[in-house]
Ligand binder design. Structure first.
Ligand SMILES: [Zn+2]
Length: 567
């Protein structure tokens, strides 16, 4: 295959996948497939650049048509890619895999939770097993009722189901029983040191006097913890680990502590609460869980949880760690988000700049995109940083064939076409799917166009008002442009711009950007513009996602507001 044809093929494919072909991407493919091209890189790159700009001048319809006619295999390939699978699960037996989705109801779920839930759900379904939605709710200081529901709603939106719902807080008696067992075995003790001493001893690797207490003494102290003879912070149950361990998690960690705050479900029924490590170590075995997929921030805790299970004679599940990932320009930590909300820097948990599921949904990122992202990064063990470009590319690919297109203009500028005929424009709802119909818009020569288009015009320019007719710019005045009608013959190379008539509606267009640039909060990360849109936009349901031609994909957020997901 010759160079030009090859470059053309990849430019078309690249443009179709990403909205625009990139010279770099095309060159990469060409050099890989045609090593001899490396002999004259300059010439080859010049040729590629020419082809890429030719392709970028084509409409999506033309690109699709060219691919179908000349390189149908490239469209086939796209279908194949969608059937990606994650690697097989070690030790998995069909029908017997049990996994868990373990949220703590202390915040609204974000994309990191979603990926963890997804991996666990995926394998349970792949092996015809079971997935348990397990609320790890043993810290009444942090948990709230609203988060239980928000998590379930997030899961439903994401399209994940579960076979059983379980709340750890319903099983405190079980953890007490295991705690007693550890005490009797000499594997746990009640420590009465004050928090500062505990902290100091931990960092210096020193044992305290309580470590030497007999199991009988510890049992008695433990019962006193349960019956209310100690107040908050006066006594904790500690695991007898190794105060000199390099893994500081093993330095006699807390297994249970007194918390007097009311629990959102259990109220003030209990005063002693197991720590995450203790309850999780038990339940990951006791619930019949065979496989635990979790991000490597838990890796250091593994040693402890494993040791607790060993001491209690509980079966060990298979644990698979994948790398925690970050999304460019956002911080997912609930502490950071809470602070941003308090400072008024974001509008709430559903702010479209956040990667909470509510935020992503509000921005117009669809659940399929997060699933595909999960498949894309897989169980990576390197630390991936997910760029918004990647999220946008996947989302665009999914939305593009599904959603209809509309005309709107941002920061409108008046355009008067002299002697314009009264024409009814027929705008296709989607160029690739004629069966979706058209919108008819009567015109009378008075239009609005986007400021960004207006700024590029100069007298004498001949342009086409898309799907209408051609005009020649005559005069650019203050706040108004005048033009002459030029007929409606279609010329291929003529620049096309979107327009709306005076019979349009005013909306706000909200454009989110990266919330953080490096570590700095980006004060310009949410901008709002005046937008005029065709009447049909007023009839859309709130929540609907559409494409505003040459602006981008947007979700209707309120009667008079759209949020731009991405270009
Ligand atoms: Zn102590």
């Amino acid at each position: 295959m010759d160079l030009e044809r090859l470059a053309y093929k990849y430019a078309l494919k690249n443009a179709l996948d990403y909205g625009k072909a990139s010279e770099k991407a095309v060159a990469g493919k060409v050099f890989k497939e045609l090593p001899e091209a490396r002999k004259n890189p300059k010439e080859v790159l010049a040729k590629i650049s020419e082809i890429v700009s030719q392709v970028n001048g084509m409409s999506e319809e033309e690109i699709r048509k060219e691919l179908e006619e000349k390189f149908p295999e490239m469209l086939e390939e796209k279908k194949k890619e969608e059937k990606k699978e994650l690697p097989p699960l070690p030790g998995a037996e069909p029908g017997k895999v049990v996994t868990r989705m373990p949220p703590e109801p202390n915040a609204y779920p974000h994309i990191g939770h979603a990926l963890s839930f997804f991996f666990n759900w995926y394998y349970a379904r792949k092996y015809n097993g079971k997935v348990i939605l397990r609320f790890d709710d043993t810290n009444p200081k942090k948990e709230k009722l609203e988060y239980y529901e928000a998590i379930k709603e997030g899961l439903k939106w994401f399209g994940l189901d579960w076979d059983m719902e379980y709340r750890m807080s319903d099983h405190l008696e079980k953890y007490y029983k295991y705690a007693e067992e550890l005490i009797k075995k000499g594997k746990a003790y009640v420590c009465l040191c004050d928090p500062e001493t505990i902290h100091k001893n931990r960092s210096e690797g020193l044992e305290c006097e309580h470590r030497k207490q007999s199991p009988e003494d510890n049992l008695e102290l433990w019962r006193k913890m349960l019956t209310g003879e100690f107040g908050e912070g006066e006594a904790i149950l500690r695991y007898k680990g190794d105060m000199k361990s390099k893994n500081t998690v093993m330095r006699d960690p807390t297994l249970a502590r007194i918390i007097l705050d009311p629990h959102p479900i259990q109220g003030d029924k209990y005063r002693v609460w197991p720590t995450y490590d203790f309850a999780c170590a038990i339940e990951d075995s006791d619930l019949g869980i065979t496989h635990v997929l979790r991000s490597n921030e838990f890796e250091l805790r593994n040693e402890l949880q494993k040791a607790i299970r060993e001491d209690l004679g509980l079966r060990q599940p298979i644990i698979i760690h994948y790398s925690r990932f970050n999304v460019e320009g956002v911080k997912a930590s609930k502490r950071v988000i809470r602070q941003l909300i308090e400072e008024g820097k974001v509008t709430g948990w559903d702010d479209p700049r956040l990667v909470t599921l509510m935020g992503l949904k509000r921005r117009g990122i669809v659940p399929e995109t997060i699933r595909e992202l999960a498949m894309e990064i897989g169980l990576s063990t390197s630390q991936p940083v997910i760029s918004w470009d990647l999220i946008a590319a996947i989302n665009r690919k999914i939305l593009d064939p599904k959603v209809n297109r509309y005309f709107a203009v941002v920061e409108p500028v008046r355009l008067l076409v002299e002697e314009a005929p009264k024409v009814v424009a027929k705008l296709k709802n989607h160029p690739s799917f004629p069966e979706r119909g058209i919108r008819k818009i009567p015109t009378d020569g008075l239009f609005y166009i986007s400021k960004s288009d207006a700024e590029k015009l100069k007298p004498g320019d001949q342009i086409r008002l898309k799907d209408l007719y051609n005009i020649e710019i005559m005069h650019i005045g203050d706040g108004e442009i005048s033009a002459n009608y030029l007929g409606d013959a279609v010329f291929k190379d003529m620049k096309k711009i979107q327009w709306v008539t005076q019979d349009s509606r005013e909306f706000k267009l909200v454009i989110p950007d990266l919330l953080f640039k490096g570590d700095e909060y980006n004060p310009d990360s949410l901008k709002e513009y005046k937008m005029l849109g065709e009447l049909a936009l007023a009839n859309l349901e709130i929540g609907e996602i559409i494409q505003l031609e040459r602006i981008g994909f947007a979700r209707k957020d309120a009667k008079d507001r759209f949020i731009l997901a991405h270009k």
